[in-house]
Design a protein around this ligand. Structure first.
Ligand SMILES: Nc1ncnc2c1ncn2[C@@H]1O[C@H](COP(=O)(O)OP(=O)(O)OP(=O)(O)O)[C@@H](O)[C@H]1O
Length: 294
């Protein structure tokens, strides 16, 4: 047995006893979420809106499962419902109907338990830039309620296992590259076990070398940690490289869900961009242009 396997096994042993034993990390059954949008041109007043509103199904009867240890990609054009789905998974919104569980806990009843295991990592990494990686991880450990010494040991072990050397681990984050900061943000998300990491465009804005570094880092994390990742990205190559399966979402519905190769076979092409175009009617360039105009 390799050292990495032993470490992963010991992480499994640390899993809370109240966690249901199941290979399914997320189970979505027919979930929907409707918003009410103001109808343009109908009556409004200065500090509010008195006019007509129309229902908009941001997530419409969506069903899928994500397995523990999987990297699950979520791709879709602007306004397709990705963020709403992620907010539902992270218990920031409640579904109007359907059943959604995370690690066996119901989002409508067990928000507190679910939030212990969910970590969102976004481009705007929200941590203390004057503090070092080590200090940031120890701070996270305190928030998760780990005893001080255990937090220190866990932070040290995660950073060294992921190849962040001693010197970098003690340098204040503002003096590290953005790629390295992003790695620290991901490392911080591994302080709980198991963890559901919401990786929100992890490489947007990084130079090609840092991008590759962060992608390799995500692969390393999947080999060494009890982590499940939901990934949103603007990079089709990245989606193909990192994701075990990809769900394509359009108008609040999942229009396809398969492995990258399965999607390509289904559409009869060799290109993920073509898959996206055929399934949503939108070219990937249009999607990127829309994002840039926001
Ligand atoms: N709080 C809200 N109130 C009203 N409408 C909303 C609200 N949040 C989202 N919507 C609408 O729901 C639909 C789905 O939005 P959502 O943000 O989930 O899409 P998205 O795929 O994440 O888009 P983007 O890539 O632009 O972030 C959109 O039409 C959006 O305008």
């Amino acid at each position: 047995m390799t050292t990495q396997t032993i470490e992963k096994d010991s992480e499994q042993a640390n899993r809370p006893s109240d966690l249901p034993e199941s290979p399914v990390a997320i189970s979505c059954r027919q979930i929907s979420k409707t918003f009410y949008e103001p109808v343009k041109g109908s009556r409004s007043w200065k500090n509010g809106f008195l006019g007509r509103k129309r229902p908009l199904k941001a997530v419409d009867q969506v069903s899928f499962e994500v397995f523990q240890g999987e990297v699950f990609g979520l791709l879709g054009p602007n306004g397709s419902g990705k963020s709403t789905l992620i907010r539902l998974l992270s218990t920031l919104l409640l579904p109007d109907s359907g059943r959604l569980t995370v690690f066996g806990y119901d989002v409508s009843k067990d928000q507190h338990q679910i939030r212990r295991f969910i970590n969102r990592v976004s481009v705007e990494a929200s941590f203390f830039k004057k503090l070092s990686a080590m200090e940031n991880l120890r701070y996270a450990a305190r928030i998760y309620g780990l005893p001080q010494e255990e937090g220190r040991e866990k932070a040290l072990s995660i950073l060294s296992r992921l190849g962040i050397d001693q010197e970098k681990a003690h340098t204040s984050l503002e003096n590290l590259s953005r790629g390295m900061q992003q790695k620290v943000a991901i490392a911080r998300a591994l302080m709980t076990s198991p963890t559901l990491v919401l990786l929100d465009e992890p490489t947007t804005g990084l130079d090609p070398k840092s991008k590759r570094d962060v992608q390799e880092f995500v692969e390393e994390v999947m080999d060494t940690h009890d982590a499940t990742i939901i990934l949103t990205t603007h990079d089709m190559d990245e989606a193909e490289r990192l994701c075990d399966r990809i769900a394509i979402i359009d108008h609040g519905q999942i229009v396809a869900l398969d492995t990258p190769q399965g999607l390509k076979d289904h559409v009869g092409t060799n290109s993920m961009e073509e898959v996206f175009f055929r399934l949503t009617g939108k070219s990937w360039e249009d999607v990127l242009a829309d994002e840039n105009h926001e």
